[in-house]
Structures are given as structure tokens and as C-alpha cells.
Design a binder for this molecule. Structure first.
Ligand SMILES: Nc1ncnc2c1ncn2[C@@H]1O[C@H](COP(=O)(O)OP(=O)(O)OP(=O)(O)O)[C@@H](O)[C@H]1O
Ligand SMILES: [Mg+2]
Length: 450
């Protein structure tokens, strides 16, 4: 590693020389200058890590140079040099983000320690920044977050198929991130500058599906007042995302298969072939292979779509991602809703880690959103989480209800009297029929005596 570069700026020759001497002896690369103006010039071309700067100089003062450095070169650390007795100006310098100050006359040991401390501090800062960058880079892909093995594999597959135009079938439980993955595939493909057109096959009513997908010519049917482009045509040169493909009607399955085979399609009522030059990504939370077995999904279409399969694992199989995702949603929702919330308590995070998340990432996002809304302090606790123990549950665990107490007391009394009903009734101060009723109501039974 290169030795740190230090710039010494002081109008007194003796100071410059002594500082430079000591620092060079300690192995630093040192340059000296005698005015603030010279320093500003030198900074334009030279790169320095640390500046030792005299506060009091003729012309441009140390404070002015400090302000300039912090504005233009925030990565450079500045140590102010000040005469004994002018501590207030040193304090002022600290407020302007000087790293520290040195009092004249100097003690070379003290100087050595201070510089060493600063150099270590800078090295750590750099290291942390590096680690943070690489960590963020590795745990994010487009807008998908995940540091777990299974998600890293998802990212790798998406990267690997970047150049391919092959059809992709994305499978995964509801809320696991299929939609996000489809966008990531598109953004990483050669078609990224083209359109990304999503069709939710589950939410479009069947009778308008055909015209929605293929478009129609004016007059093709009663409502067709204008010629309209369908989603397929809009997706040309880009990606067509068929979400919830399992919901598509048999009739549409046949039409789609035809498009994928012929690579052309027609508007409803149209005779001009339009080329199907888009990439198809389909997604489903249903078990399509099973639908094929049940004959509700065409086998030939299934194989057409399923050239590459991308399976998004459920959140419960990649719990390492939970802290990262929770932090991500916390940041998002505090910005949107409640700026006062700052963190998630350990207990609350434990709850998040323990939950099985049947609704996957969407459910986690909803849970964090709700917690941010209901949280009244700076920290989210288990009580803010819909999945955590409720206050009632907690209280019930710690205290007994009146009937619990009665039941336990009757059981204990019967136990002690050897289930002698008359004796027990006498002790409890109730008549025998009342005791019988209570035994029945609480389901108490005499233990087998063998
Ligand atoms: N890895 C992830 N990183 C960040 N956010 C995610 C991730 N996975 C999912 N999400 C978020 O969770 C929510 C659900 O994701 P998405 O809609 O992609 O799931 P889906 O599998 O398509 O669900 P569905 O089957 O219900 O359509 C979205 O708000 C999405 O932004
Ligand atoms: Mg979806």
C-alpha cells in the first residue's frame, strides 16, 4: 500500500521543517507549503490524504482553507495547528469538521500517535465502505434483495440467460417475487430498451381477453369503434409478461400456442399478419405440471413456455433474507408513512425469523408496513407485529382467570380429600350438587387408583 500523503501548510519555516522531518522519519510522503493560497493551488493537481494546517496565516486563513477543503475534498482529513492560548479557534475548527488540532509547541510523540490514529481510522473507513459496497452489490439484483444461497442462484440464472430470448416460466408461491423476477430478466436482457408489457391473465375478463391480447380492427365487433393495438403488439421489440398463466382459458391457450409456434398473430377482425417479435415470460403460482396431468392446461403450451424454468423459493426456505428485506421495507415505509420509527427490536426480529410466511415477501412487506403504522415509539416491538404474541395472550400466560383459579382449587381439594365429595363440598363451602355440577363443567375426573 502507498504511504499516506500529507500536506503541511504553515507560514513559519521552523514549523514546516520540523513537522516534515518527523513525518518523513515515520515513513509518510510529505509536502510543505507556506500559504493558504499555495495550498488551494496544490490541491487541484496533487492528491493528499491528510493536511496539517496552521490556523493563523497571512492572506488566506487556515479556517478559510479548511472550509474550502471540506467543500471540495471531503475525503481529506485536516488537522489544525494552533498556538498555545488560541484554543477557542481550535474548537471553532473542530466544529467545521477538522479531524483534530495540535498545539504549538509540539511533542513529536504526540504528533506520531495522532497521525497513526488518523491513518488507521482512514483505513477502516475505506475498508467499511468497500465491504458495504460489495455486500450491497451481492445482496441486490435490480430491485430484488437476497443474500441467501437460493436467491444468489436465482440472480445467477437471471444473469446467465441475459443474452437468450428463450421463453421463461417463473414458478413460485404467491408473493415470492415472481413479478419482480420477470422485470429483472427483462432489464438484464438485450431487450432492456424495449417495452415490458405485463398481462395479468387472472384479472382480465375472458370475453375481452382476446381483444386485449391481440387488439382489434374497427368494426370487428359491436364495441370495436376504433382499431386498437393489443398487448402483444405493444410488446414488440421487448418482453411480454404473462402473469398467472395458469388462469388462462382453454381457448386462449390454443391461440397463444399458435402465436408461439407461428411467430405471427392477427388483430381480431384483421387479415394482416403481425410478427410476434417479443420475448415471452410467463409466471404462475399454480402447479402447472399437475394442471397438465389434470388436463386443464395444454401439455404442448406447457412445454413451449417452460424452456427455462426459474423457481423462486418460498421465504421460509431462505430465512437469512428476512433481516435484509425487513430493513429494506422499514426504510421504505418510514419514508412514506412514519418518519419516527428507526429500528426493529431484537425480539421483533426474532418473531419475524420464526414466522413461516405463507404469503412470502408480500406478507413480510405488509407486516412491516402495519408495524410502522401502529408503532408509537422509535422501535418496532413484537406487539407492533400482527404475527407476534398479542397483549391478551401474554397476559393470559402470566395471570389466571377466575374460573382457572376455581377449577384448580376444586381439583386440589378433591385430590386432598381423596375425591370424598361430601368432605370436599364441606371444605369448599358449597353443597354437593353444586360441586357435582362444577366437576362436570370443568371436566375434572378422579385419577385411576391402581
Ligand atoms: N427479493 C425481493 N426483494 C425486494 N422486494 C421483494 C422481493 N420479492 C418480492 N418483493 C416484493 O414483494 C411483493 C410481492 O412480490 P411480487 O408481486 O413480485 O410477487 P409474486 O410472486 O408475483 O406474487 P403473486 O403470485 O401474488 O403475483 C412486491 O411488493 C415486491 O416488490
Ligand atoms: Mg405477481
Amino acid at each position: 500500500m502507498e504511504p499516506p500523503r500529507i500536506l503541511v501548510v504553515d507560514d513559519e519555516l521552523v514549523i514546516r521543517e520540523s513537522l516534515a522531518g518527523w513525518l518523513q522519519r515515520d515513513g509518510y510522503d510529505v509536502k510543505t507549503l507556506e500559504s493558504g493560497e499555495e495550498a488551494v493551488q496544490a490541491l487541484k493537481t496533487g492528491s493528499f490524504d491528510i493536511i496539517l494546517l496552521d490556523i493563523k496565516m497571512d492572506g488566506m486563513s487556515g479556517m478559510e482553507v479548511l472550509a474550502h477543503v471540506k467543500e471540495e475534498y471531503p475525503d481529506i482529513d485536516v488537522i489544525m495547528i494552533t498556538a498555545f492560548g488560541s484554543v477557542p479557534s481550535a474548537v471553532q475548527a473542530m466544529k467545521s469538521h477538522a479531524y483534530d488540532y495540535l498545539l504549538k509547541p509540539f511533542d513529536p510523540d504526540e504528533l506520531g500517535v495522532l497521525i497513526k490514529k488518523l491513518v488507521d481510522h482512514r483505513a477502516r473507513k475505506k475498508e467499511n465502505a468497500y465491504l458495504r459496497d460489495t455486500f450491497e452489490e451481492q445482496s441486490r439484483f435490480e430491485s430484488m434483495i437476497g443474500q441467501s444461497r437460493p436467491m444468489q442462484e436465482v440472480f445467477t440464472l437471471i444473469r446467465d440467460i441475459g443474452d437468450s430470448r428463450a421463453t421463461v416460466l417463473i414458478t413460485g408461491e404467491t408473493g415470492s417475487g415472481k413479478g419482480l423476477a420477470a422485470k429483472a430478466i427483462h432489464s438484464n436482457s438485450r431487450l432492456k430498451d424495449g417495452p415490458f408489457v405485463a398481462v395479468n391473465c387472472g384479472s382480465i375478463p375472458p370475453h375481452i381477453m382476446e381483444s386485449e391480447l391481440f387488439g382489434h380492427r374497427k368494426g370487428a365487433f359491436t364495441d370495436a369503434r376504433e382499431t386498437r393495438k393489443g398487448r402483444l403488439e405493444l410488446a414488440r421489440g421487448g418482453t411480454l409478461f404473462l402473469d398467472e398463466i395458469g388462469e388462462i382459458s382453454m381457448r386462449m391457450q390454443i391461440d397463444l400456442l399458435q402465436v408461439l409456434e407461428d411467430k405471427i398473430f392477427y388483430k381480431v377482425g384483421g387479415t394482416q399478419p403481425i410478427s410476434a417479435d417479443f420475448r415471452v415470460i410467463a409466471a404462475t403460482h399454480a402447479d402447472l405440471a399437475r394442471a397438465v396431468r389434470d388436463r386443464t392446461f395444454r401439455e404442448d403450451l406447457y412445454y413451449r413456455l417452460n424452456v427455462i424454468t426459474l423457481d423462486i423459493p418460498p421465504l421460509r426456505d431462505r430465512k437469512e433474507d428476512i433481516p435484509l428485506l425487513a430493513a429494506h421495507f422499514l426504510k421504505k415505509f418510514t419514508q412514506e408513512i412514519n418518519q419516527g420509527v428507526e429500528r426493529i427490536s431484537r425480539d421483533a426480529m426474532d418473531e419475524l425469523m420464526l414466522h413461516e410466511w405463507p404469503g412470502n415477501v408480500r406478507e413480510l412487506s405488509n407486516a412491516v408496513e402495519r408495524a410502522v403504522v401502529v408503532c408509537k415509539t422509535r422501535t418496532i416491538t413484537p406487539y407492533d407485529l400482527p404475527i407476534g404474541p398479542s397483549l391478551e395472550d401474554e397476559l393470559k400466560k402470566r395471570y389466571f382467570s377466575l374460573s382457572d383459579v376455581e377449577k384448580n382449587h376444586i381439583a386440589a381439594t378433591l385430590d386432598r380429600t381423596g375425591w370424598n365429595i361430601s368432605k370436599a363440598a364441606l371444605i369448599l363451602g358449597i353443597d354437593r350438587s353444586t360441586l357435582y355440577n362444577k366437576i362436570k363443567r370443568y371436566g375434572l375426573a378422579q385419577p385411576d387408583r391402581t
